[in-house]
Design a protein around this ligand. Structure first.
Ligand SMILES: O=P(O)(O)OC[C@H]1O[C@H](O)[C@H](O)[C@@H](O)[C@@H]1O
Length: 624
């Protein structure tokens, strides 16, 4: 097995191809025109009359959530409803990336010219910070780390030649390994299939969400290797994934991903899968791949056990921005997804979002909209609605990217700010039949991001299911109808439009939001690249498991007596020297009793004080 450093050899540099050599994109697409002339019938008790709904909007700048922050130039007035004025606003503000065929429409966010003017200089500061970050500044001061995910798609930007080589050689390595797996040059040792047919990806958080999103968005109908995920420590969930593989376990490549290499859920997933391999008489090491930081626990395990391959995660790439590293690229390549196209899409978007011209920088425009809509304090939630099934997981992916980055207690100056921007959503039109009712008429605590995909299905497959109307026309109508209906009720929205869901457009979308998050974080003066709050939950979980061990020791001691001494919860808590943890002790006992743990609890579950508990057998060895 190759080591992390020797696994990869040098490769050509990764740069966005010059526009002239890029495959042709549709530069002149049938982009929707008139913004609010709604001809599509949607189910509504009243006809839509955009102009009639000029209900004055209460600006939330004075809301309790704003913590006293004022939003520059934010007036207390309703949204523009005059169709001609709206059309002008639409045209004036429409952003288009020609090469990517990507549009951003911010016209349905009601920011004013005055707000824009006041924010402009603040954006220049954010651009400065972003420039410093791309040059290798310690942009994550708490962890003393550089933030280099932009380098992954343009290695020329790295601050040192060593990092450039690391990126290029790893990419080369990913492509070679994927080719050898897909072609059958590297074979599973004990499979009749003669080649790997399945991937079991074990990981959580940033080590799962990116690969899941990319798989759902881009994997072909019949990929060379099908992928499934273990992204939790739920035993039943793991059993389900393993059971679904059946005899194909023998031809499954197991990719274990963890930047830190020590995340408990991922470790447990690995141990469970390894057990399944043992029980099937298979040699896990011959089918195991690790993606992790050099010398992490996972890396050392993989090296010592002689796994099939190891790929590096870099210290300077955060989990939630790691989808363009081996974390996302290896599984994508194994599924037959063109990863260089993903990188090209991201690189093109990176170029565009480096622009210091706010109007011409789509990520800055997004950040501006977020700031306006949520008063720069997260007073409104961001509902992400892609009208395309394959983008279902985009909002889930964005949940981590945005909320783990923006949701912070303190700002960079140490002030308590409790920042955040809540993200949720699934897909349209499906969600129209679930919660859009509340969005249109209920509590006004959100703004929407519509993701529109112009191409309905591959050419040559479309048909009219009623005269002049295709299935995709309905989807289009649902999106436009919802956008109009929400706006008519003063609900703001952003629309991002791409031509098709391709590796390039997915790469571009990811890069767009990565940059928007970085710029927004800078505007609100927080560190987007750490996650101190996550530690609290992990620490508390560790304490629960430590308490469980003490409970077991106390029960074992009482159960080894002759006669056995059943204990009340109070007695268990006292003997654990943890009377303050009695509720948790009750929960621990209830959980163990429900799971065949040789633990007998007499009494009424509904009345914890009546419970007396003991172990069905005494473990003498554990007494000493
Ligand atoms: O990749 P790992 O080190 O296993 O980390 C997985 C996840 O762990 C934590 O929950 C972090 O908050 C996430 O940002 C990270 O993606």
């Amino acid at each position: 097995m190759a080591s992390l450093s020797s696994l990869c050899s040098s490769s050509p540099s990764l740069k966005p191809k010059p526009a002239a050599s890029l495959p042709k994109t549709v530069l002149n697409p049938p982009f929707p025109g008139k913004p609010t002339s709604l001809s599509f019938p949607i189910r509504s008790s009243k006809p839509l009359d955009v102009a009639a709904h000029s209900v004055a909007r209460e600006i939330a700048a004075d809301s309790s959530k704003s913590g006293g922050n004022s939003v520059p130039g934010k007036p207390k007035k309703g949204l523009e409803k005059d169709p001609q004025a709206l059309w002008r606003r639409y045209v004036d503000w429409l952003y288009q990336h020609k090469d990517l065929g990507l549009y951003l429409d911010v016209s349905r966010i009601g920011f004013t010219d005055e707000f824009f003017r006041e924010m402009e200089p603040r954006f220049q500061q954010s651009f400065d910070a972003m420039e410093g970050l791309e040059k290798g500044a310690i942009a994550n001061p708490d962890e003393g780390r550089m933030v280099g995910h932009y380098w992954l798609r343009n290695s020329e930007l790295t601050p040192t030649p060593f990092l450039k080589t690391q990126i290029e050689s790893t990419l080369d390595c990913i492509c070679t390994f994927a080719d050898e797996i897909v072609s059958g040059k590297i074979k599973p040792p004990a499979s009749e299939a003669g080649r790997f047919t399945q991937i079991m990806a074990v990981g959580i958080g940033g080590s799962a969400l990116g690969p899941q999103f990319v798989a759902e968005a881009l994997a072909p109908d019949n990929p060379p290797l099908k992928i499934r995920f273990i992204d939790n420590t739920d035993p039943a969930g793991i059993d389900h994934q393993v059971a679904q593989l059946g005899s194909e376990l023998a031809s499954t490549l197991v990719i274990v991903t963890s930047k830190s290499g020590g995340t408990p859920e991922t470790r447990n997933g690995l141990l469970e899968v390894q057990k399944a391999f043992r029980e099937a008489g298979l040699d896990f090491a011959k089918q195991g791949v690790a993606i992790t930081q050099e010398n992490s626990l996972l890396d050392n395990t993989a090296r010592i056990e002689g796994w099939l391959a190891r790929f590096p995660m870099f210290d300077w790439v955060g989990g939630r921005t790691s989808v363009m590293s081996a974390v996302g690229l290896l599984p994508a390549a194994l599924q037959g997804i063109d990863i260089r196209e993903m990188l090209t899409g991201a690189a093109l978007m990176d170029e565009a979002t480096r622009s210091r011209d706010l109007r011409n920088n789509p990520a800055a425009l997004l950040a501006l909209c977020w700031y306006w809509a949520s008063d720069g304090v997260g007073s409104k939630d961001m509902v992400v609605l892609p009208y395309k099934d394959s983008l279902l997981l985009f909002s889930r992916y964005l949940q981590q990217l945005v909320m783990e980055s923006i949701g912070k207690e303190f700002d960079l100056d140490g002030n308590r700010v409790n920042q955040g921007l809540t993200v949720y959503g699934n897909k349209g039109s499906t969600d129209q039949h679930a919660y859009i009712q509340q969005l249109r008429e209920g509590v006004h605590n959100f703004f929407v991001t519509f993701i529109e995909v112009l191409r309905d299905r591959p050419p040559g497959h479309d048909w009219e299911l009623e005269p002049g109307v295709t299935c995709g026309d309905y989807l289009f109508g649902m999106l436009q109808g919802t956008r109009s209906a929400l706006y008519a009720n003063d609900r703001e929205s952003v629309s991002v439009t791409v031509q098709e869901v391709t590796p390039r457009s997915v790469g571009a979308l990811i890069a767009l939001y990565e940059r928007a998050v970085g710029l927004y974080a800078s505007l609100v003066n927080i560190n987007a690249y750490h996650q101190p709050g996550v530690e609290a939950g992990k620490k508390a979980a560790g304490e629960v498991l430590a308490l469980q061990k003490r409970v077991l020791a106390v029960l074992n001691e009482a159960s080894c007596k002759d006669p056995v001494e059943p204990l009340t919860l109070e007695e268990v808590a006292d003997r654990c020297h943890a009377p303050e943890d009695i509720e948790m002790i009750y929960k621990i006992i209830a959980h163990m009793a429900a799971n065949d743990r040789a633990l007998i609890a007499d009494g009424h579950c509904g009345s914890p004080r009546s419970i007396k508990v003991y172990l069905g057998e005494c473990n003498v060895d554990a007494l000493y």
